[in-house]
Design a protein around this ligand. Structure first.
Ligand code: HEM
Length: 189
């Protein structure tokens, strides 16, 4: 959620586009629900991009090999610890153009406006781990995030917090609070 708010804070045009899609699809006075998901691909793209851009588990889970293995000519003995570099996979510029940009449009086909993973791989295939020990909570996690983010976008504007400051000259000015790791944002209903 925090990642998503940060991305929307830095990209007001993404927030506007998402709000316009919600306004077109969801009846006035209602919040988006999971039945609306197929008609709200831009919200889905925002959630996917949040999961990719600042992934929750950059090095996934640690696993131990139960038998000897080989990968690209490297011998991997039983007992070795294997760590999947999820961060590198989700920031590979061969798969995600401009990987450090928060850009949900990478998952949208410009012609159809629908979700399209042919230009950028679905981050869900990576960020929840792999194989037998893949995250069993991934469906619940994705749907909950989707509902939260869709509801947030439907009901609030997200802007940088503003503060009033008195300069040494006595003049009062309004400035935006800068983004740091302790960033602040303002939700405006
Ligand atoms: C955005 C949210 C989440 C992310 C990014 C995430 C990611 C992950 C990752 C990367 C693993 C390790 C997979 C591996 O070892 O290869 C994992 C394991 C696990 N996750 Fe999640 N998870 C999320 C939410 C949840 C939720 C909501 C639940 C439960 C309701 C959950 C339950 C579990 C459990 C039980 C494991 C251990 C599975 C095992 O070792 O067999 N996760 N998760």
């Amino acid at each position: 959620m925090a990642t998503c708010i940060l991305g929307l804070l830095e990209h007001p045009e993404v927030l506007k586009k998402a709000q316009m899609q919600i306004d077109r699809v969801v009846k006035p006075g209602h919040l988006p629900d999971l039945d609306d998901q197929p008609s709200l691909p831009y919200i889905t793209a925002i959630v996917k991009e949040a999961l990719r851009w600042r992934e929750v588990t950059p090095i996934g889970g640690l696993h131990t090999l139960s038998t000897d293995d080989e990968y690209k000519g490297y011998r991997l003995p039983a007992g070795a610890i294997v760590i999947a570099n999820v961060w590198a996979m989700l920031h590979d510029e061969n798969v995600y153009a401009d990987p450090f940009e928060f850009n949900p449009d990478r998952f949208i086909n410009p012609e159809t406006g629908k979700i399209d993973y042919s230009r950028a791989r679905d981050p869900e295939l990576i960020c929840f781990g792999f194989g037998r020990r893949i995250c069993p909570g991934r469906f619940m996690a994705f749907e909950s995030l989707w509902l939260l983010i869709a509801s947030l976008i439907a009901t609030f504007d997200i802007e940088k917090a503003k503060e009033k400051v008195t300069l040494p000259s006595g003049e009062e000015v309004e400035r935006t609070v800068e983004l740091t790791h302790e960033y602040e944002s303002a939700l405006v209903s």
